[in-house]
Design a protein around this ligand. Structure first.
Ligand code: G6D
Length: 376
């Protein structure tokens, strides 16, 4: 029932409101375009846009998120995800920008593991160790993509079948990752997988945020709040020692919001060893929102929820200006990741939650990034 409102021009607004209500049912927008070719296959870029103008863009290559465009407190939209606007830059330069990572995120010591009494040798792509699933990992695959659209949300559904033996892992693994953009400015990621033989599985998305929307400023001034009281201590080769150390009294304590810069200039031996943050944090899950990243000058904020037990925070320490984003060299601390996952190298640490995947016991996890702005 529309209230009869008389417009200064005398026109009855009910019809206008009625048409607006009808138009309101316009579904979210899904567009796609050819973005390049990879190993003879077409690379397609998809854009999901909601009614407030937020856009999530992603590729069938590596399920890579190339852009997340959100407003600052003045309503100016910028891409807050590190990514490239030319496909060739991804295989050439990308340190997993926005990429699906798997079968196993993080490192596996000695690129081997034992499961049910059998030893498996994996592809080693970082010295003697495996990083992010090996040489030929999920971030370098062409995924099948389906789109799904409803009035208040739109999704990209990525599927990939990793054959038994790929990168040394047993089991034919069917992986599915769904990115959904809704009208609450949320990017929801749901991971599911099943296997026909026992294997390992620990997926994540390797998104790097810079909420200023440019490489002109680093993330040093970003504030992070993290619901975590322990972090995993790392060896020089970034493999966890197995020690889960209290954050209390250290620059790893983000239980109250603090600027990333505190850590970057700290003489904490773990910071010095890694050249910044590159650490897994055990999430306490004492609140639904387990992380908040905030950039005070723009007012852009992202809140994170996840079903995962841990998150790796990497402050882009190894970005070295050897490539540019939008014409500006990507230097150290140009972005910060929030990689939700199980703890790295879990297969070698009894105390870490298992990442074993068995037939008949499918994997599922959810991570949500919600984008808002805050007043000064
Ligand atoms: C570096 O040590 C870091 C990793 O944590 C990160 O995932 C990678 O760069 C992209 O190796």
């Amino acid at each position: 029932m529309f209230i009869k409102i008389r417009h200064s021009a005398g026109r009855d607004l009910s019809d206008l409101l009625k048409r607006f209500k009808e138009e309101e049912a316009i579904d979210m927008k899904i567009e796609q375009q050819t973005f390049g070719t990879f190993e003879g296959q077409e690379v397609i870029q998809y854009h999901l846009t909601n009614q407030s103008g937020m856009t999530l863009s992603a590729l069938n290559y590596g399920a890579v998120v190339t852009a997340i465009r959100v407003p600052d407190r003045e309503g100016h939209f910028k891409n807050v995800a590190l990514g490239f606007d030319k496909f060739a830059d991804y295989p050439a330069f990308s340190p997993y920008f926005g990429a699906a990572v798997g079968r196993v995120a993080g490192r596996i010591d000695g690129a081997s593991f034992k499961l049910n009494g059998k030893k498996y040798t994996l592809s080693a792509n970082e010295g003697m160790n495996q990083l992010h699933g090996g040489k030929d990992n999920f971030s370098k695959k062409i995924w099948q993509v389906e789109t799904a659209q409803q009035a208040d949300q739109a999704s990209l559904i990525f599927t990939y079948v990793s054959p038994a033996g790929e990168n040394g892992y047993p089991g034919n693994l069917h992986a599915c990752i769904r990115y959904t953009l809704n009208e609450q400015n949320e990017w929801r990621i749901t991971y599911s997988a099943d296997t026909d033989a026992p294997t390992l599985y620990n997926p994540t998305n390797h998104i790097y945020f810079n909420l200023t929307g440019s490489q002109e400023r680093s993330v040093a001034g970003h504030e992070l709040q993290l619901d975590s009281s322990r972090y995993a201590v790392l060896r020089r080769d970034s493999i966890p020692t197995g020690e889960l150390r209290s954050v209390g009294g250290t620059v790893f304590d983000f239980r109250e919001a603090r600027v990333i810069a505190d850590g970057l200039v700290s003489d904490d031996p773990q910071i010095r060893l890694m050249g910044g943050y590159d650490h897994p944090f055990v999430l306490d899950h004492s609140s639904r929102v387990v992380a908040v990243l905030y950039e005070p000058l723009s007012g852009r904020k992202v809140e994170m929820e996840t079903s995962e037990p841990a998150v790796v925070i990497y402050s882009g320490n190894k970005l070295d200006g050897s490539f540019s984003i939008d014409g500006i060299p990507a230097e150290a601390y140009g972005g910060i990741t929030l990689e939700t996952q199980h703890l790295p190298d879990a297969v070698h640490h009894e105390a870490f939650e298992s990442i074993e995947l068995r037939p008949g016991r499918p994997f599922s996890s959810t991570t949500v990034f919600r984008f808002t702005t805050a007043e000064k």
